[in-house]
Design a protein around this ligand. Structure first.
Ligand SMILES: [Mg+2]
Length: 224
């Protein structure tokens, strides 16, 4: 069976390009709760519950607000929750830069956050120059992963078919719609490997897997 060429390496941002232990997403979670408490006038326990329901039902708190609370300005929300000092949580990762440089595919970021947050994170890590594009939540019309419509828009924007792409994510539920569209899926830092193509302990380990996948496709071609 002949297989298509790989062209795009698509990365989730948060807790994929830096480890969960950095604590950055935890702090963003605290700010999401605080936003809901202050802007929807909710007690803390109800804000926490609402955030959980939005996450389960809509993918993200942002998507929940967009769908259920047209009175809330999504831009004000996004600015508020990402307004923190990144250098307190993450730092330069030269080894990651070297790894990205060594992989001959076009790299893009696909994030439920904003392009501003993504640029700030990439700058602190020192890998901003490695990415051809950042597809943020605005560019897919405030639709959040894992809604399949977000992935369809992503493919449209970069001009690719699913089977030309690898998606790298720390959340298994965000990989499943990608797999359904034909993308090769790599899960970082999780044991929940049953439904994805590859599982790796950390981001630096994706290089081997990507090389294996590229080889697999080359072999597929020669076999006709
Ligand atoms: Mg993530």
């Amino acid at each position: 069976m002949s297989r298509s060429m790989l062209k795009f390496l698509i990365f989730d941002l948060d807790e994929t390009l830096y480890p969960r232990g950095a604590g950055l997403m935890q702090e963003i979670g605290v700010r999401i709760n605080r936003y809901l408490i202050e802007n929807l006038q909710l007690p803390a326990d109800q804000a926490q519950e609402l955030r959980k329901r939005y996450y389960n039902q809509h993918g993200t708190a942002l998507r929940g607000l967009v769908v259920e609370r047209p009175d809330v300005d999504p831009e004000a929300y996004l600015h508020y929750v990402h307004d923190l000092r990144l250098a307190d949580y993450i730092g330069p990762q030269p080894a990651l830069g070297d790894m990205l440089r060594s992989i001959p595919l076009t790299k893009v970021i696909f994030t439920n956050a904003t392009v501003e947050h993504a640029r700030n994170v990439l700058n602190v890590i020192g890998i901003a120059d490695q990415f051809a594009d950042i597809i943020d939540v605005r560019r897919v019309g405030y639709v959040s992963k894992p809604d399949p419509r977000a992935y369809e828009q992503l493919l449209d924007i970069i001009g690719a078919r699913g089977d030309e792409c690898i998606l790298i994510e720390d959340a298994v539920r965000n990989l499943l719609p990608a797999k359904a569209l034909g993308m090769t899926t790599i899960l970082v830092d999780s044991d929940d490997c049953a439904e994805v193509d590859y599982c790796v302990p950390d981001i630096l380990a994706v290089k081997d897997v990507i090389e294996r996948e590229m080889e697999r496709r080359r072999d597929g071609e020669t076999e006709g």
